[in-house]
Design a protein around this ligand. Structure first.
Ligand code: ADP
Ligand code: MG
Length: 345
């Protein structure tokens, strides 16, 4: 068993509307096969082109269901439920689960504690996984943070072991990984052009059938029914974490959202209201969208300056839009909307 997390103090995308399971033809356009799936607590749409598209979509749906059964934190019989109930014992798990727990440990280190898959006890107390929303008192949060920081996670290729008190949740990573897996299935089935949206995680295989880029809208967090910009992509994932996605208003009138700062156990409120990460790997974009949101405006910009393999669009709570220079040729802001460029080199 490889020790991953060592210290004791281990401290939206609007997608161009896709319709349901039907094949569309027109004289000039190749056939699109489409499928909608509700899984992982979210609405998913997939659109693929090519001869193998129908069987690719069938296999993709099966894979989504398989991953959901393994990774769900609320299902009774998932790998995650087994790990969380194991009372400190080592648990045999699927390769997917082991890979994602391993990735969680790596991103915990890489993001300087911003992403922590052990934050689940706090997240549940706030009601974000049960729907029973409420603001916990400070003593309860302090007690639950002790569990979050209770110790190491160990992982091998097929097993996971966490401290007896700890509980984990892969909600920040699972959809991103699922996107990568779907892209692999599409490729294996001969699909060369596809676009999927897994509840706001958009991912493209290749370009549009006519060779032009896919155009993906990014929501305005202050007005989530509208796009604030459109980004042109091929072979990329576009993943957004926003404070408007899952939230409730407390008795105190304040709004609380589902991304938790593992340092204090409260919804991360470090200057950002939306983070979109654009890159080749869905898993990496998903991990980083959550982590940069937790880091906040300054740390997120520093991180992006040091990690130029991804691009990002950040929106601050006072309405500034910042995007990395890699997007200069591919991002179009809504007319009249100002934005600042994060220059790297
Ligand atoms: P969404 O799942 O809504 O697209 P994210 O990818 O940002 O949004 O993931 C948020 C989910 O990640 C939460 O619902 C929760 O399961 C989990 N989570 C929240 N805060 C953290 C954190 N600091 N570290 C790891 N996971 C987190
Ligand atoms: Mg995420």
């Amino acid at each position: 068993m490889k020790k991953l997390l060592t210290a004791a103090a281990l401290s939206a995308v609007l997608l161009t509307a896709l319709t349901s399971c039907s094949a569309k033809t027109s004289s000039s356009q190749p056939t699109a096969s489409e499928r909608d799936v509700f899984a992982m607590d979210t609405f998913m749409t997939m659109k693929a082109y090519g001869d193998g598209a129908e069987s690719a979509l069938e296999a993709a749906e099966e894979r989504i269901r398989e991953l959901e059964a393994e990774l769900s934190v609320t299902a009774q019989d998932s790998d995650i439920a087994h790990i969380n109930r194991a009372n400190g014992a080592e648990v045999e798990v699927s390769r997917d689960t082991a890979l994602l727990v391993d990735a969680g440990g790596k991103y915990w280190v890489e993001t300087d504690d911003a992403l922590d898959i052990r934050v689940y006890p706090v997240l549940r107390e706030w009601g974000f996984t049960t729907g029973e929303y409420h603001v916990p008192d400070e003593a309860t949060i302090a007690e639950l943070l002790r569990k979050v920081h209770s110790g190491d996670i160990a992982v091998s290729e097929t097993s996971v072991q966490i401290p007896a008190e700890a509980e984990i949740d892969l909600g920040a990573l699972a959809k991103g990984y699922t996107g990568d897996e779907i892209m692999a299935i599409f490729r294996d089935n001969g699909v060369t052009s596809a676009l999927i949206s897994l509840g706001g995680n958009v991912q493209a295989l290749g370009s549009k059938p006519d060779g032009s880029d896919w155009r993906v809208g990014i929501k305005d967090p202050f007005s989530p029914d509208e796009n604030m910009c459109v980004v042109s992509i091929s072979d990329r994932a576009v993943v957004t974490s926003g404070n408007y996605e899952r939230y409730f208003t407390g008795d105190d009138g304040k709004v609380y959202w589902h991304i938790i700062d593992p340092n204090d156990g409260y919804p991360a409120d470090n200057g950002l209201v939306s983070v979109t990460v654009i890159g080749e790997s869905g898993l990496r974009c998903d991990a980083l969208s959550t982590a940069l949101f937790v880091m906040g405006t300054d740390k997120a910009q520093n991180y992006l300056c040091e990690h130029t393999d991804v691009d990002a669009v950040l929106v601050t709570d006072d309405g500034r839009v910042l995007y990395t220079d890699g997007l200069s040729d591919s991002l179009e802001m809504k007319s009249g909307m100002p934005a600042e460029v994060i220059v790297r080199d």
